[in-house]
Design a protein around this ligand. Sequence first.
Ligand code: CAA
Length: 395
Amino acid sequence: MKIGIDDIGLYVPEHFFPLHELAVRHDIDPNKYLVGIGQEFMAVPAPDEDIVSMAANATQPLLTDELRASISTVILATESGIDQSKSAGLFVHRMLGLKADCRVIEFKQACYGATAGLQMACALVRQRPNEKILLIASDIARYKQDSEGECTQGAGAIAMIIAKDPRILEIHPHQGKYSLDVMDFWRPNFASTAFVDGKLSIDIYMESLKHSWQNYRNDGGLALTDLSYLCFHQPFTKMAKKAFSVFETLEPVAAAALGESSYADSQIYGKAIGNCYTASLYIALLSLLENNAQDLSGKNIGLFSYGSGSVGEFFSGTVVKGYAKHSRKRFHANMLERRTQLEHAQYADWFYGDKHSDAETYQTPRISSASYRFAGTEGYRRLYEENTQQALRVA
Ligand code: CAA
């Protein structure tokens, strides 16, 4: 049975902050961020957006009544969780009118969570082929202000439908996994920003890729010469280049044949959005599918997922013939083009000035014009709503 990604959608916040302005603020050469890190903009969520509203907004364009009736499980992967107990997907499940005969769970293992979700979703479909799984990756990447990590922030969500006879990408059964207990990146319960040992995190990422690749090959996975494209977890797009260098060392001849063009198109969206933790790898995949000028039907893609802490997994898939007919390329391109640039003070206030996060009751300002918004809290209960009113313009 063929199982894989039947549909895929992206949501990106309506505001962004340019990295050349962050460089001015940090009094450094902008090329460190633009070239050295490989990022142009970071997506910035408004105060009435969070991982739940982004998840609902990524999923809504995918839904039909027929699909609602066949979704048996919702898996929401995130490392920016909004509750220690209740899974964020339950808010999404209610807002989007999914049926009650459905299980809803949250997955966490840093940026790797969505890949664990993908493998579980494929296994569920294999067990019950008529059911479909809604898999969402939604995150806000946030580091301490003025820290080295600030230039690798971002926000966004990917929604995917996992089903038999998929229309986009058939996932192969081979898996190369690698787990290692290491403190390269973590966020204790009290903290709203991540702690990171940046250089160590890069080293472990590459170590993890090396072992995951070897384990994938030992599991019967394709040779590098059988892969046409590569998609990497991209906390910043330069990381894809570093990841590719692992193959240049391990398999120089095959890597030279693939060349930089095997991952270049997967960097386009990431450069404009920034890190989205669990969603980043799948944003890279979407970027490749929507920006590569060739017909990718029948091409094999290798994917590497990495979550600090750490778990890595290399897996692969074949692009399904006719995938482009189901593309939302124009919709996603418009979403990115129509964004509003923020001044530094506004960006800093939204990203770091989370003054109400532990307030018992408060209302968020009405800024987002997306379909669903985070309205605030009442008695510590988070409130979400359909966005029917006119949103305020920010800039
Ligand atoms: N022009 C061009 N390039 C320049 C430059 C200039 N003027 N100045 C510096 N550079 C280059 C440097 O040479 C360097 O390139 P290489 O890495 O190819 O050598 C690059 O810019 C970055 O410079 P530094 O190494 O000095 O940067 P830094 O010390 O400020 O930190 C970072 C970079 C470690 C990535 C930091 O931003 C960080 O900690 N980010 C968060 C952690 C992270 O993203 N880790 C990635 C792996 S972990 C993971 O993937 C999970 C996850 O999502 C977090």
